[in-house]
Design a binder for this molecule. Structure first.
Ligand code: ADP
Ligand code: MG
Length: 674
């Protein structure tokens, strides 16, 4: 149904609605209120605290007086009472109101109350002789745009509800089992709640519907992968390799390797998430899985979020596998066309066993001869959209590795049906990273401490939030800081900076020099937060630490403490806010990524832990996977059952299926994630 068919919507209003993402009448009724005002019950003047809204039934006890304190400004005042107290009423620039307010008459009056020692006042209230219009009900407030009033929205939605037929999406069995409203009633009450109870039920119903659609859509993708899979065999060579490592696997690593092997040996595709704190040794676990695939005659692909990290994985794997007769190759964006073509060809001819790179390596162009295992090292960035790409490669086994320990419910929400392994301890001998939080007054001391470390032969990182100077924000930019500190402290020290806008080979050559200990101090934006491993670097200074999330600070800090040296992380906090200080305190007191991530969730309350972009799930209209985790918990098994038992083919599920397929398309077009 077209917007034009709604009373009051002409071309002009239609354009404004479009700006809000509303293109059809269906969009309009799914444009839910941002909040509500309870204008349903009349209250006593004395019962409303300062700053809150109230609906009163008031008798006017003084005539309206208009004054003009300035040109173009009028104030109309009168006094009124409800018998419990007296209240001053004030209107700005609305002197006509005088004609409709009569002495000794009573009116319904709604507005915000201001209380001082001397008087109680209500400013520019809504006034009505009877309960009607916006009074006497729970009143919806919509997000608006200039030219479109809340009143407009109310009228449009009301007319839309009259004209549009609303069918149930959830099947009856589900509606009944969970005491949900039918969709028509839910939509009606989300806009115009008859009472508080129905509003709560309406919200629950629409969230339920939305999350069930989301979870079923994701499960459709992931559970299908789970069908037929490769049955890998055990090889003695893999055990020998593990025995030959320069270190012993931790019990946690061993446990996870066993879980992975069990999956690989089964006749269904592995779909497993490995969570392990920074430094817990995920890379070796991945390497062992790839080695097993290799002895079984399969190729593996390993994806990293950045080329720097991919290069690093490439180097560590080459070192690890130096005595194994397998071919590891790196595919990089900066390679020439010829070089790339050569990689494509050798992958196709199975002359390469393990291919490392960014997500480009699972693009259509790269045709594997016999791919058996895809590993995604996401650290803490989540990119669910690759899922669909991987599944195109056939029923391969997949492993996702992450350093952010998020609750199981959330991983299921984002990745669908998967198993989880946790590397819950660090290799022995790791020292805690001593973490200090200071303010800018300590900069000189901090830098001198850094200088001392460099003199002792160590290297260090300096991290700050921006690349270039910004007029708006008082933040340190990496280039500016580099230049200032070079001038003031490091004229004789080899230092360099990298940031995300530099070319890949430029970044790489700087990283190489840092790894080879030619560069002593690396200034950087957060591009180094993922996975870089330079054991000789033992100190990190983070400027504007208040700008980073807790999990991000923990990831950053994880770049040090990788060798045998006592390591340090110094957080320069420029904020005095309570929450910033609390976060610095947590960082000082804990080295445990799981604990930190939990606190992060608590402190922020919702999605930002995964970065605003990733937490997106942009098209969710009413639910939020972070705030509605309890509901998600209930819905996840239902979504799984719907897919496993092929319920979508049943007649009762027809409308649900339609919604899921629409959503699924969006998912594949990457609209939902990232
Ligand atoms: P992350 O889990 O952060 O990806 P890495 O895989 O990069 O961690 O491992 C961090 C460091 O720990 C590497 O230098 C690696 O060689 C080393 N390491 C991994 N497992 C062990 C172990 N069991 N004992 C000692 N060192 C280990
Ligand atoms: Mg890693």
């Amino acid at each position: 149904m077209k917007l034009k068919e709604i009373k009051g919507i002409g071309p002009k209003k239609e354009k404004l609605l479009n700006n809000l993402g509303i293109f059809t009448v269906k969009d309009l009724i799914e444009y839910y209120p941002r909040k509500y005002e309870d204008r349903s019950k009349v209250v006593n003047i004395n019962d409303v605290p300062n700053g809150e809204m109230g609906l009163f039934y008031l008798k006017i006890i003084s005539p309206c007086i208009v004054s003009y304190p300035r040109r173009n400004m009028s104030i109309t005042k009168c006094k009124a009472t409800d018998g419990t107290n007296i209240i001053n009423i004030k209107w700005f620039n609305n002197h006509f109101i005088k004609n409709s307010i009569r002495l000794n008459n009573t009116y319904y009056i709604y507005g915000k109350v201001t209380r001082t020692n001397k008087y109680i006042e209500i400013d520019s209230p809504v006034v009505n002789k009877t309960l009607g219009g916006s009074l006497g009900k729970i009143y919806p407030i919509y997000s608006l745009t200039k030219g479109l009033s809340n009143n407009d929205m109310n009228k449009f939605v009301l007319d839309a509800l009259k004209k549009l037929e609303i069918k149930d999406i959830l099947p009856k069995v589900i509606l009944e089992k969970f005491s949900l409203l039918n969709r028509k009633l839910a939509i009606r009450n989300i806009h115009f709640p008859e009472n508080e109870k129905l509003l709560i039920l309406a919200r629950k119903t629409l969230k339920f519907e939305e999350l069930l659609v989301l979870q079923t859509a994701i499960n459709l993708d992931t559970i299908n992968i789970k069908k037929e899979g490769i049955r890998f065999k055990d090889f003695k060579e893999v055990d020998d390799f593990i025995k030959g490592l320069p270190f012993k696997l931790t019990n946690a690593q061993r446990k996870v390797v066993n879980e992975i092997f069990k999956d690989m040996n089964e006749n269904k595709s592995m779909n497993r998430l490995v969570q392990g704190d920074v430094g817990s040794g995920k890379t070796i676990v991945a390497a062992i899985a790839m080695l097993k695939a290799f002895y079984n005659g399969y190729q593996s692909a390993m994806m990293a979020p950045t080329e720097i990290l991919a290069t690093q994985h490439y180097n560590s794997l080459k070192e690890l596998f130096k005595n194994v007769d397998l071919k590891v190759e790196l595919l990089k964006g900066s390679m020439s066309k010829q070089e790339k073509d050569s990689v494509y060809e050798r992958i196709y001819n199975h002359e390469i066993d393990i291919l490392i790179g960014t997500h480009a390596i699972i693009e259509d162009k790269v045709e594997f001869s016999k791919i058996g295992l895809v590993i995604t090292d996401e650290q803490h960035r989540f990119g669910v959209k690759q899922r669909a790409e991987i599944s195109k490669k056939g029923n391969v086994d997949t492993l996702i590795m992450t350093a952010t320990p998020i609750p199981r419910t959330l991983t299921l929400a984002m990745y669908g049906d998967l198993d989880i392994s946790i590397i819950d301890s660090l290799p022995p001998g790791r020292k805690n990273i001593d973490t200090f939080a200071v303010n800018m007054n300590y900069e000189k001391r901090v830098i001198n401490f850094l200088k001392k470390q460099i003199k002792d032969g160590r290297q260090g990182y300096i991290v700050c939030p921006l690349i270039e100077e910004s007029d708006k924000l008082e933040l340190n930019s990496v280039i500016e800081l580099y230049e200032r500190l070079k001038q003031e402290y490091f004229q004789a020290t080899k230092i360099a900076f990298i940031h995300g806008k530099m070319k890949n080979d430029e970044k790489e050559s700087i990283m190489d020099e840092f790894i080879n200990n030619n560069i002593k101090i690396l200034f950087s934006t957060t591009v180094i937060e993922v996975g870089i491993n330079v054991p000789n670097a033992n100190i990190m200074i983070i400027y504007n630490a208040e700008r980073f999330g807790l999990s991000q600070l923990h990831q950053l800090r994880g770049r040090v403490g990788r060798g045998q040296y006592q390591s340090y992380c110094i957080l320069i906090n420029n904020s005095n806010s309570k929450i910033a200080r609390e976060r610095m305190r947590i960082m000082q007191n804990s080295n445990d990524g799981f604990e930190i991530s939990k606190k992060d969730l608590e402190l922020r309350g919702s999605g930002d832990i995964l970065g605003t972009k990733q937490s997106g799930l942009a098209s969710l209209k009413i639910a939020n996977i972070f705030d509605d985790m309890n509901l998600l918990n209930i819905i996840q098994p239902i979504a799984k059952k719907i897919v496993v038992e092929r319920k979508l083919d049943e007649k009762e599920y027809f409308n649900l299926k339609k919604s899921i397929l629409e959503f699924s398309d969006k998912l594949k077009e990457n609209i939902i994630f990232n």
